[in-house]
Design a protein around this ligand. Structure first.
Ligand SMILES: [Fe+2]
Ligand SMILES: [Fe+2]
Length: 198
């Protein structure tokens, strides 16, 4: 059994649901592909994808409890929307239960839901793989995926723009970190070429 088969089994056990574990495998594959297209180490991207949603199915009460127990500084947005805590908590679980020692992978996992003002190329790859994996069901998905294969920053801009437009249309609260990420990629837009910026 190779390393990823073992990892997939352990992830399935930790997540506790086939559906979400399968999403993690798809995200891992998409992240690997994006990484290969942009000169980023594919193994690290694949590992990030496998481990990104370990705490995704925890109820809000458990997310809040675990975050306080681990002295994670919960901000106002997270307090009102505890589901987003699954990202930093998945990073912590990856460290504790899967022996993850790569801090850039951990940071990518922590930023996969809301984004961040500063995102490494690996964090961009994971964010886009999670948002654009083939079972995501929204109109621009295929187009954004093609863009992500060409240009990570342009795809970040367009994906965040689409996320923000959707949130506004639904009257959802917008996370300050997502807004900050959008501002970053808005600034980069125009400066980026079809070659990635790592
Ligand atoms: Fe997630
Ligand atoms: Fe996910």
């Amino acid at each position: 059994m190779n390393r990823y088969t073992q990892l997939a089994r352990a992830v399935r056990t930790t997540i506790g649901q086939a559906h979400r574990a399968e999403h993690s495998i798809r995200v891992a594959r998409c992240a690997e592909l994006l990484a290969m297209s942009h000169g980023i180490e594919p193994e690290r991207a694949r590992t990030a994808g496998m481990l990104h949603d370990l705490a995704r199915l925890w109820p809000a009460s458990q997310l809040l409890e675990e975050a306080s127990r681990r002295e994670y500084p919960i901000d106002d947005f997270e307090r009102r929307n505890p589901i987003v805590l699954h990202a930093p908590l998945s990073a912590l679980l990856a460290r504790d239960r899967f022996g993850l020692r790569d801090s850039e992978i951990a940071e990518a996992i922590a930023a996969h839901t809301l984004g961040a003002a500063e995102m490494s190329p690996l964090a961009r790859v994971l964010f886009l793989a999670d948002a654009l994996e083939p079972q995501r069901d929204f109109r621009e998905r295929a187009e954004l995926w093609e863009l992500a294969l060409q240009d990570l920053d342009a795809a970040m801009y367009a994906t965040l723009e689409s996320t923000l437009a959707y949130a506004r249309s639904r009257g959802y609260e917008i996370a300050p970190r997502t807004k900050a990420a959008f501002d970053t990629f808005s600034r980069l837009k125009g400066k980026v070429s079809t070659v990635s910026t790592h």
